[in-house]
Design a protein around this ligand. Structure first.
Ligand code: SF4
Length: 363
């Protein structure tokens, strides 16, 4: 049975965030062990399928057409190219491919049809497929679900109060509406935010209130540290300290115990010790690959070395990790490093409804 609490207040979350660090870490690690296997980390590969030229004005984003950054824009990638990249990602241990397009919203037509074909293609590779394409209607969410989409990413970015200081071309409610549309399909929700954009601690807590009071809570919550890119309005922001990152991860873990907490942008600025502390505090997913859409990310081999060092195992696709596992079950979930994955997708043998129901607990 789910143990999600949906009436979190900002005060309660601030109290957790501001605990003495050792107490916070102990509490978060305890929650983590209750709901997840602490030695399994899900690895996603983020692929920019359409880069740059975005009409939005997100203050942190080098892909916004209005900012003068050195991002080279690209048209929508060919399906064959996406397939080749997905196969590479799978061979290096990723269980999920997340495709990002720099769009304000999805428009029905040939480009969306091409994205649907990409989703079908990756799905056939027995990998989880995620998309982040901007705002989405209910009908578009259902079409993506039919194509086999596993998760849709749509970050809240920050608190409702601070949102207008970061983005003016859309509102916080627009984000919630898209998340609601995704929820009406059987696609899982991935939604998180960014710290280090000049927000107050209260805004971090406010963002977590918005996420944790969703019912059900998102299956996946990415926590990004701002990567300040020259040419964006946030180019001069100070880097986030590891202590802030650890506090944010630990607080997210406590208020959303069943969720997969993703260490996302900003990992290049973190030491291995810092990342290890985040895993201890409840992070159980990373993005792999040398780029996160357009910003730098650690090399895949470096990540695999770190996994070996810490005794972590990449999670197989389509496995349930929201409950602690027996040793036998754990072993069957792990994809041995450097070995070809041998899993089969449970969804092939269960009914679509059962799979949809199961998906609410996956990721
Ligand atoms: S974050 Fe997304 S919506 Fe905002 S400017 Fe960048 S690509 Fe566009």
């Amino acid at each position: 049975m789910s143990e999600q609490k949906h009436d979190w207040t900002k005060e309660e979350i601030l109290e957790i965030y501001n605990k003495p660090l050792m107490e916070l870490l102990y509490e978060a690690a305890t929650v983590h062990r209750k709901f997840h296997d602490p030695n399994t980390v899900q690895v996603s590969t983020l692929l920019s399928i359409k880069t740059g030229g975005c009409p939005e004005d997100c203050g942190y984003c080098p892909q916004a057409a209005r900012y003068h950054t050195d991002i080279e824009g690209n048209d929508l990638m060919q399906v064959s190219h996406v397939k080749a990249q997905a196969l590479r990602a799978k061979a290096s241990g990723s269980s999920r491919v997340c495709m990002g397009a720099a769009w304000r919203n999805v428009k029905d037509g040939p480009e969306f049809d091409q994205v649907l074909e990409m989703v079908r293609t990756i799905n056939k590779l027995d990998m989880e497929v995620c998309c982040t394409l901007g705002m989405l209607t209910e009908n578009q969410a259902k079409r993506l679900a039919e194509a086999g989409l596993y998760a849709y990413n749509h970050n809240l970015d920050t608190s409702e109060d601070y949102y207008k200081d970061v983005i003016s071309t859309r509102a916080f409610e627009d984000r919630l509406e898209t998340i609601d549309n995704v929820r009406k399909s059987n696609v899982t929700v991935c939604s998180g935010g960014i710290i280090g954009m000049g927000e107050a601690i209260e805004d971090r807590a406010g963002m977590l209130v918005a996420l944790a009071t969703l019912n059900p809570q998102p299956e996946s919550v990415p926590i990004n540290a701002l990567v300040a890119v020259e040419g964006t309005p946030m180019e001069d922001m100070e880097p986030v300290s590891i202590w802030e990152m650890v506090r944010m991860v630990a607080t997210t873990r406590i208020v959303m115990p069943e969720t997969q907490v993703r260490l996302s942008a900003g990992r290049t600025q973190m030491s291995r010790e810092g990342q290890a502390m985040c895993f201890f505090a409840g992070a159980n997913s990373i993005f792999a690959g040398d780029k996160l859409l357009t910003t730098p990310n650690p090399d895949v081999n470096e990540d695999m070395e770190m996994f070996k060092l810490l005794g972590l195992n990449p999670q197989k696709p389509f496995t349930k990790v929201s409950q602690p596992q027996s040793v036998e079950a754990e072993d069957s979930q792990h994809q041995p490093l450097g070995e070809k994955p041998k899993w089969s997708r449970p969804g092939h043998t269960i009914t679509r409804n059962e799979e949809a129901k199961a998906k609410t607990k996956l990721v």
